[in-house]
Design a protein around this ligand. Structure first.
Ligand code: TYC
Length: 149
């Protein structure tokens, strides 16, 4: 009886199957998560975070920033305001030296009008108001105005 029957084949198959089951090495399973999917998933690695600030953002902001509109403050000549008073106003409101203030006063006296300075709108508004207030307080007709530069 040298020939194997299908019964013998079945016995051999079962034996091999049993050996595979018994000898198969156990997977390393985290006991804490052995009942969940976590046991077979790789541990999560944190996603790389985008930087909160970088140079390119700062450059974009700078490119879209326009310089503010500027305004020229002008002083007008008249026949009554004393020259010394005008020089004093130019020194105190526009932070000129006595020499600078004298030059501007003479320019206005001769040409009828002259520039005291160029400023942003709020600063120009304030300086015009200061000149007008000083002139009115001393009852001089000195006039000061502003225009877009
Ligand atoms: N013309 C004035 C005078 O002869 C002096 C003066 C200068 C007045 C400038 C106003 O904005 C002025 N006393």
């Amino acid at each position: 009886m040298g020939c194997k029957s299908s019964h013998d084949d079945a016995i051999l198959f079962n034996r091999v199957a049993l050996e595979i089951c018994v000898k198969r090495p156990k997977l390393p399973i985290d006991k804490k998560h052995s009942n969940s999917v976590m046991a077979v998933l790789p541990p999560k690695t944190p996603k790389p975070q985008a930087p909160t600030h970088d140079d390119s953002v700062a450059v974009a902001e700078r490119v879209n920033t326009k310089p503010p509109p500027m305004y020229r403050v002008l002083l007008l000549n008249d026949d009554y305001t004393p020259m010394d008073f005008v020089v004093g106003v130019l020194q105190s409101v526009f932070a000129m030296t006595r020499e600078q203030a004298t030059q501007v006063m003479l320019q206005v006296h001769r040409a009828g009008m002259g520039t005291c300075g160029v400023f942003t709108k709020e600063i120009a508004d304030t300086k015009v108001a200061q000149v007008v207030e000083l002139a009115e307080a001393h009852q001089h007709p000195l006039q000061c105005t502003m225009e877009p530069n």
